[in-house]
Design a protein around this ligand. Structure first.
Ligand code: PLP
Length: 469
């Protein structure tokens, strides 16, 4: 019997939400018996591309947690650098001293953008980096004497973080749900860029992009173009849509609209950046440089909690000229151990030519997923870039009708993959809009081998087949 039929009835809270749980939404799942939290096994160690829980056989890492562990687990070269920094000094306030690791990492990051980004603030989480980007946008306009710019344009089916500001920017129905009345009213959502669900019959890329651009323009006009501080978007949408890259031409056209109205463009590359989609910065794929860029996850590969806000030349220039300082700071900002570790991870990615491997293994991953699952009756769409691939599940391939969220299809696949096939994938809901639609994400480490890509696909496909059998 397939797992679909043997699923226990969902907790009433899930039905109430009309959405569902995903890999980082514990609030729904952990309250019901047999939930993710109850099922979690104690992890004892992780090495290379495997997790070792106490409940039995090792688990093949098909997603690096939330797309984080990009060079595998337990690298002694990284651990050595982190320990050496801790021995020298483990903490200092950024307000008291500059430190060599922070300077080295900032210089490295700026050079990696060929100077298009000119200032760096190192933080610990993606939410912090997004929060800082939103506040920096606002303060920039205060410096410029345009204090009426208080509005932000964001997109549905997006995720930018868990704090009030970053969640206000997010268009993730389920994660916003309980907090909706507390979220900020200055955030205005337009549609995502999702050709699988939104492209009209016979519509070309250019026509599709034109429609999206018109929607952005209309939103600027509705709000009053001079009231908009920034547009924020993920170049390839991660957890909220399941690895959907922007249609060619979309990013540059969106940026042009911002420029025309004097607003800033923020690219949230927390998940899709730092090599995950095949180039160090996702914006390199369309040569569209944002005004502000957030990075995290693959930045430190999980060896330290690391994120950063990168500031582009327009804002940096105003800061330099007018000697402005950002009214913002965290206790752990510019943490020396975080910086030393992230720099080492980046040097490994560079020295071992891992971005080229991301592109090579990414092509293999795409081909194998397509071969193995492309014609499955419940697989609606397989999409992604680099080592960032999403599989969307549907009740009916023709109508693209999603499953009832209460069935928690993606959670079931995650569970069966982990328990029965010992492979870890990331799962999410909401990709069809309005909290509906199930997807899983496959995001192996950048140093994955072809043999392990084959094994991941085989195990994931077996789990999918088992759930729908
Ligand atoms: C695109 C994006 N932005 C921001 C965040 C928030 O990052 P964090 O969970 O580290 O706070 C995430 C997390 O998944 C993300 O995917």
């Amino acid at each position: 019997m397939g797992h679909l039929l043997s699923r226990p009835s969902p907790h009433p809270a899930i039905l109430e939400y009309k959405g569902g749980a995903d890999s980082s939404t514990e609030t729904l799942a952990d309250k019901r018996p047999g939930s993710t939290i109850d099922e979690l096994s104690l992890l004892t160690r992780a090495k290379g591309h495997y997790w070792y829980p106490v409940d039995g056989k090792k688990v093949l890492d098909g997603c690096g947690g939330a797309g984080v562990a990009c060079i595998g687990h337990g690298r002694q070269d990284v651990i050595k650098v982190a320990m050496a920094q801790m021995k020298a000094f483990s903490y200092v306030s950024y307000a008291h001293f500059k430190t060599a690791p922070v300077q080295a990492l900032s210089d490295w990051l700026i050079a990696s953008t060929r100077g298009r980004m000119q200032k760096v603030y190192i933080m610990c989480s993606g939410s912090e980096a997004v929060e800082a980007a939103l506040k920096m946008s606002r303060e920039y306009f205060v410096w410029k004497g345009e204090p009426q710019r208080v509005n932000f344009i964001t997109r549905w089916e997006s995720y930018h973080g868990t704090t009030i500001g970053s969640l206000s920017a997010s268009g993730h129905v389920v994660r916003r749900g309980p907090f909706e009345p507390m979220l900020l009213s200055q955030f205005h959502r337009i549609s995502s860029c999702n050709p699988y669900r939104q492209r009209l019959e016979g519509e070309s890329d250019a026509e599709f992009v034109a429609r999206k651009i018109q929607e952005l323009e209309d939103t600027f006009q509705r709000l009053g173009p001079t009231t908009v501080a920034a547009v924020i978007l993920e170049p390839t949408v991660g957890a909220a849509l399941g690895c959907v890259p922007a249609v060619p031409g979309y990013l540059s056209a969106m940026k042009l609209v911002c420029e025309r109205h004097g607003a800033l463009m923020i690219f949230d590359e927390v998940m899709c950046g730092m090599g995950r989609t095949g180039t160090l910065h996702a914006w390199e794929q369309e040569q569209t440089v944002p005004d502000l860029q957030t990075i995290a996850k693959g930045f430190s590969g999980g060896y330290q909690p690391a994120s950063a806000l990168l500031v582009g030349e327009t804002i940096a220039e105003v800061m330099r000229q007018d000697e402005k300082a950002f009214t913002h700071g965290h206790t752990y900002q510019n943490h020396p151990v975080v910086a030393a570790t992230a720099l080492k991870v980046q040097q490994i990615i560079q020295d071992e030519k891992l971005l080229s491997n991301v592109r090579t293994q990414g092509r293999l991953l795409e081909r194998l997923l397509e071969e193995r699952l492309g014609s499955h009756p419940n697989v609606g769409n397989i999409r992604g870039r680099g080592l960032f691939w999403g599989i969307e599940f549907v009740k009916d391939r023709k109508t693209k009708e999603p499953f009832d969220p209460a069935l928690q299809i993606s959670h079931q696949i995650f569970r069966v993959a982990l328990k029965d096939f010992r492979v870890l994938v990331y799962h999410g809901q909401g990709c069809a809009g309005g909290g509906r639609g199930d997807h899983i994400m496959v995001m192996p480490a950048y140093n994955i081998t072809g043999r392990l890509v084959e094994e991941i696909v085989e195990r994931v496909a077996s789990a999918v087949e088992e759930v729908f059998r």
